[in-house]
Ligand binder design. Structure first.
Ligand SMILES: NC(=O)c1ccc[n+]([C@@H]2O[C@H](COP(=O)([O-])OP(=O)(O)OC[C@H]3O[C@@H](n4cnc5c(N)ncnc54)[C@H](O)[C@@H]3O)[C@@H](O)[C@H]2O)c1
Length: 263
C-alpha cells in the first residue's frame, strides 16, 4: 500500500523531525530521496542512499539547484515534500521586526520558491499524473493561537498557496495538498518548551482530544499516502493531523468530559 516505487522525491527540512521521518518512510516505500536542508541528515540516511544538498529555501537559486541536482541524478521529479520551517513565539506587540521577517522568509517565501521550482520541473513530466506536492502547514494555519501571530500568518498563507497551486496546476496533472499537524514530538516543539520533555507531553495531553502528542512518523505516513498514487484524486486539501484538536471547542460550558463514557 502507498508504494512509491520508481518515484523520485525531494524533502526540504529533511534532516530533522517530520521531514526526517518522512524521508525514511519515502525510502522504505521504494522512492529515491533527496534532502534539501541547511543541516545534513544523520549519517544512516546517507548510508541508506539518501542524497543531500545544502539548501536554504530562502534563496530561489539554491532551491533551483536542488531540483536541478535531483533531475541530473535521477532523471525526473515526482514528489516534493515542502516542509522546511521554523517557529518562535511571543506577543505580537513585542515581536522584533527582524524575527518576523526571518520567519516569513523561511515559512512563506521559502515554501513559495520550493513550490515554484517543483511545479516547473513537474510540468516537464509526461502526463496524465505529473506529480504530487505536499506542503507542511499546521493547525496554526487553520485556527489562531495566542502568541504565534507571525507563525499563524505564514502557515495560513501556506494553506492558501496550496489551494491556489492545486487550482492552477490541477489541469496539468499536478496534485498539491497540505498537511496540518497538531503538536508533534520534534526538536522544534521541544525547543519551544525549553527542552522540557515532560512539559511537552503534558501540553500534548491537554490540547489534543486524543490525549497525547503526535509522533513524526504519524505525519510521515499521511505524507507518504498523499505522495502515492493511492491519493490520485486528492488535491487542494489541507488535512489536519491533530488528534481532533481543530474539530471544535474541547470544553462546552456545563459539559463533564467523563459523561461521554456513561453510554
Ligand atoms: N513539530 C510540530 O509540532 C509542528 C506542528 C505543525 C507544523 N510543523 C511544521 O513542520 C515542519 C517541520 O518541523 P519540525 O517540527 O519537524 O521541526 P525541526 O526543527 O525538527 O525540522 C525542521 C527542519 O527544517 C530545516 N530548516 C530550517 N530552516 C531552513 C531553511 N531556511 N532552509 C532549509 N531548511 C531549513 C531545519 O534545519 C530542520 O532540519 C515545519 O514547517 C513546522 O512549521 C511542526
Amino acid at each position: 500500500m502507498n508504494r512509491l516505487d520508481g518515484k523520485v522525491a525531494i524533502v526540504t527540512g529533511g534532516a530533522s523531525g517530520i521531514g526526517l521521518a518522512t524521508a525514511r518512510r519515502f525510502l522504505d516505500s521504494g522512492a529515491r530521496v533527496v534532502v534539501g536542508d541547511v543541516q545534513a541528515p544523520p549519517p544512516d540516511m546517507t548510508k541508506a542512499g539518501v542524497a543531500f544538498l545544502a539548501t536554504d529555501v530562502r534563496d530561489p537559486a539554491q532551491v533551483d539547484a536542488l531540483v536541478r541536482m535531483t533531475i541530473e541524478r535521477y532523471d525526473r521529479l515526482d514528489v516534493v515534500f515542502n516542509n522546511a520551517g521554523i517557529e518562535f513565539h511571543g506577543p505580537l506587540a513585542a515581536t522584533d521586526p527582524a524575527d518576523h521577517r526571518r520567519m516569513v522568509d523561511i515559512n512563506l517565501n521559502g515554501a513559495y520558491f520550493v513550490l515554484q521550482s517543483a511545479v516547473r520541473a513537474m510540468l516537464t513530466n509526461p502526463g496524465p499524473g505529473r506529480g504530487s506536492i505536499i506542503n507542511t502547514a499546521s493547525v496554526a494555519g487553520l485556527t489562531g493561537c495566542p502568541g504565534m501571530s507571525t507563525y499563524n500568518a505564514t502557515k495560513a498563507a501556506v494553506v492558501m498557496l496550496t489551494k491556489n497551486a492545486s487550482l492552477e496546476y490541477g489541469p496539468f496533472g499536478i496534485r498539491v495538498n497540505a498537511v496540518c499537524p497538531g503538536i508533534i514530538r520534534t526538536p522544534m516543539a521541544l525547543l519551544a518548551v525549553g527542552d522540557d520533555n515532560a512539559y511537552l507531553d503534558e501540553i500534548g495531553r491537554k490540547v489534543h482530544p486524543l490525549g497525547r502528542l503526535g509522533e513524526p512518523d504519524e505525519v510521515a505516513k499521511l505524507v507518504t499516502f498523499l505522495a502515492s498514487d493511492d491519493a490520485s484524486f486528492i488535491s487542494g486539501t489541507a488535512i489536519p493531523i491533530d488528534g481532533a484538536m481543530t474539530a471544535g471547542f474541547s470544553a462546552t460550558p456545563g459539559w463533564d468530559p467523563s459523561d461521554a463514557g456513561n453510554g
